[in-house]
Design a protein around this ligand. Structure first.
Ligand SMILES: C[S@@+](CC[C@H](N)C(=O)[O-])C[C@H]1O[C@@H](n2cnc3c(N)ncnc32)[C@H](O)[C@@H]1O
Length: 345
């Protein structure tokens, strides 16, 4: 009989103290470290001055990011040469605020909002109640959007969350068969922009709360897409949906309880033309609820952020879509933890 290796505590310790590494990265993003280093490599005294890092913190903070593979370093450490820090190819591409590929918006929000709210996870597990700005029982979007800086941060955060999925939806859905789309609750507009860039024949729009309009329009303008991408102000629970061949809902259904999820699906189905399509994309939980940890954690994030929201599997969504009147459904993986469910009317 081969000896069974003795259990090791390594994975437990790594996960249990994972918030140390997470917060080091979130602080670096909050400071704008990667945006600064995208201009060129820099030494420790320069970075310490620029970001007001204390003598006790600077070297350990920067070398921690090297060890976590978020920065490169020449010199320093055991070498006698002075340490020169630079971005890795990944941090340069995705964490430089000046690039359209910037994905740090969601991580900026994670650092300033979600990190403290997740400190009350145990309370949420006991009470089933949100732990964010709406702890007193308000609507998430009303609370978030009452502060202009928080509104902008949230909408840009959605771009960071959805940019990978946006590229994949542009590549994997048969857009040549359709002429128009409405992204219902598109926030800043990451998905509409990628669809319009990849498919010049498409016209589209964002149906979202009126307050989102100016921020969406600013974003669209930076890609010179204002002539093909419209804004439709409205409330998806009260107002009619603008007509289109394809509707998209990304991270919408997970915000709401089951009755509201079903009401939104029924409204989409009722308004689409025959043959029209609905694309629902999220970090869908695997049907067996064992492997997509990100999707399951996202559902706990909805516990913290909303009064009734939860994430779900592809099979769950397909079942609700069929009940709403869609003739056929299929689930396709997009990228990372994200998948889409397509319903055809
Ligand atoms: C979680 S965000 C998802 C954003 C985007 N679809 C994505 O996945 O990146 C939810 C979006 O729904 C919008 N929204 C919330 N309640 C709404 C309502 N009642 N009517 C229309 N849009 C709403 C918000 O403004 C926000 O843009």
């Amino acid at each position: 009989m081969p000896d069974t290796p003795a259990p090791s505590p390594d994975s437990i310790m790594q996960l249990g103290l994972g918030f140390w590494a997470s917060k080091a990265l979130l602080s670096a993003i909050e400071l704008g470290l990667f945006t600064e280093l995208a201009k060129g490599p820099a030494d420790q005294p320069t970075l310490a001055r620029k970001f007001n890092l204390h003598d006790r913190s600077a070297r350990d903070f920067l070398d921690t990011l090297v060890a976590l593979k978020m920065l490169n370093r020449d010199g320093g450490g055991a070498s006698t040469a002075a340490a020169i820090y630079s971005n890795t190819p990944e941090t340069d591409r995705f964490l430089d605020r000046n690039k359209p590929s910037y994905m740090g918006g969601i991580l900026e929000m994670a650092g300033t909002r979600l990190y403290p709210f997740w400190g009350s996870l145990t309370e949420a597990l006991h009470t089933g109640k949100p732990q964010n700005e709406i702890k007193s029982g308000d609507n998430l979007f009303a609370a978030l959007y009452s502060d202009p800086a928080r509104l902008r941060q949230f909408l840009a955060g959605m771009t960071g969350l959805s940019l990978g999925a946006a590229h994949a939806i542009a590549a994997k859905f048969p857009w040549k068969n359709y002429k128009s789309f409405i992204d219902i609750g598109a926030a800043q507009g990451a998905v509409p922009v990628q669809l319009a860039l990849a498919h010049p024949h498409l016209k589209g729009g964002n149906f979202d709360l009126p307050i989102v309009g100016p921020i969406y329009k600013d974003y669209i303008r930076t890609f010179s897409l204002s002539d093909r991408l419209a804004f439709h102000p409205g409330d998806f629970f009260k107002d009619p949906l603008p007509p289109a061949d394809v509707y998209i809902m990304g991270h919408i259904l997970h915000d709401w309880n089951l009755d509201k999820k079903k009401a939104l699906l029924a409204k989409c189905c009722a308004t689409l033309p025959p043959g029209g399509a609905l694309i629902v994309y999220e970090a869908l939980i695997d049907d067996d609820r064992r492997t997509n940890a990100f999707g399951l954690l996202m559902s706990l994030n909805m516990l913290i952020e909303t009064t009734g929201g939860f994430d779900y599997s592809g099979a769950d969504a397909a079942g609700w879509m069929k009940a709403a009147g869609f003739k056929s459904t299929r689930v396709e993986h997009l990228c990372g933890p994200d998948s889409m469910v397509i319903g055809i009317k």
